[in-house]
Design a protein around this ligand. Structure first.
Ligand code: FAD
Length: 324
């Protein structure tokens, strides 16, 4: 059947925005295939999110509820998703930490091909082609998946969030298969989450990222600047590896991929691995004391100067403008 299944990402009783990007992909894929798309929701009780999911224009919202699905654990989720996806042509989720962790396991269970980090959907007749970045975004590959089920993760920044259609899709409850031997050895114990008042890095409209140059003053200098702008904070790998900031702030090839309306790169050289995670940002502003730093090649606005002087000045001026 030429239908598409979107795997919803639900966290803390809410549908994550990532799901809406996967729905945009699914709408296009279903149109190319001449089929429809459904959405799969997993959890112990997903009733709070059914209204939002049912309004996204899907053929059906499939629900798999079980106490073992209360918290995300790949070993518990993968068999359920694989059982649900078997009758679909394409299974899609966003390439978030959730999608990246879960989809390869689902693909392995289905003996299916997997295209990760897809940025564009193409077609040849009724056969889909997936465009995806390779070599830190320096080349693009176009792939075709030949297995019965095609498993795909999409880059959130490449697919705008789907708006509700005003529909009310029917809800269908699925039987949850008994946990296999692997799952029964895994148990949810506890989540110690870092409390963060800032917007989530991958969803923020403004991101302020700092590099190695900030040293131990990373937060001291970036926090006030980000506060004025209502921005999320990101970082280069060098800043993370040196312990100047938390590792989950890393933007880039081996970190998070962001595409905000405004991205500040402060004391970041602009290595290709960093660019791979932010170069789709709408407007890029670079602050660097080296006028030849590669970051200026992708920046829309560049400020050559010492960040220890420039950043506090900029923060003060922006705060004054805001308060005026
Ligand atoms: C397999 C692989 C994966 C990687 N993945 C990632 C990734 O996901 N993300 C990532 O970021 N990197 C990644 N890297 C590392 C990447 O190659 C770079 O080493 C890293 O991005 C450099 O970080 P940086 O720009 O902060 O530091 P540097 O390259 O040291 O640059 C510091 C910059 O600060 C400027 N500066 C210094 N002092 C000041 C000052 N006072 N005022 C203003 N400017 C100043 C300098 O001119 C310089 O341009 C990866 C590398 C590999 C090999």
């Amino acid at each position: 059947m030429a239908n598409v299944l979107v795997l919803a990402e639900i966290s803390g009783g809410k549908v994550k925005k990532t799901t809406h990007s996967a729905v945009t992909f699914a709408r296009k894929a279903a149109a190319l295939l001449g089929g429809s798309y459904s959405i799969l929701a997993l959890g112990s009780d997903v009733s709070a999110v059914l209204g939002e999911l049912a309004a996204l224009g899907a053929d059906k919202v499939l629900v798999a509820e079980a106490p073992t699905l209360e918290h995300y654990l790949a070993e518990h989720y993968a068999p359920v998703v694989a059982a649900a996806a078997g009758s679909f042509r394409v299974l899609v989720a966003t390439a978030s930490a959730f999608g990246k962790d879960l989809l390869p396991r689902v693909a392995a269970r289905l003996d299916a091909g997997y295209a990760a980090d897809v940025t564009e959907l193409l077609s040849e007749g009724t056969s889909l082609r997936y465009k995806r970045p390779m070599f830190a975004g320096n080349a693009f590959g176009i792939c075709r998946i030949e297995s019965a089920v095609e498993v795909v993760s999409v880059r959130q920044s490449a697919f705008t969030a789907a708006e509700p259609t005003g529909s009310s899709s029917p809800v269908e409850r699925l039987a949850v298969p008994a946990a296999g031997a692997g799952a029964s050895r895994i148990e949810w114990v506890n989540l110690e989450q870092v409390k963060n008042e800032r917007p989530e890095l991958t969803e923020a409209r403004v991101v302020v990222s700092g590099g190695r140059a900030l040293k131990e003053q990373f937060y001291e200098l970036l926090n006030p600047f980000a506060d004025v702008l209502g921005a999320a904070i990101g970082a280069s790998r060098a800043a993370c590896d040196n312990g100047y900031c938390a590792p989950d702030l890393q933007v880039g090839q081996t970190g998070k991929v962001v595409a905000p309306a405004l991205y500040f790169a402060v004391g970041i050289s602009g290595a290709i691995q960093h660019l791979a995670g932010m170069k789709s940002s709408k407007i890029i502003v670079a602050i660097n004391k080296d006028g030849d730093a590669p970051i200026f090649q992708v920046a829309d606005y560049g400020l050559v100067g010492d960040l220890f002087k420039v950043l506090p000045e900029l923060t003060t001026k922006l705060r004054a403008l805001k308060d005026a």
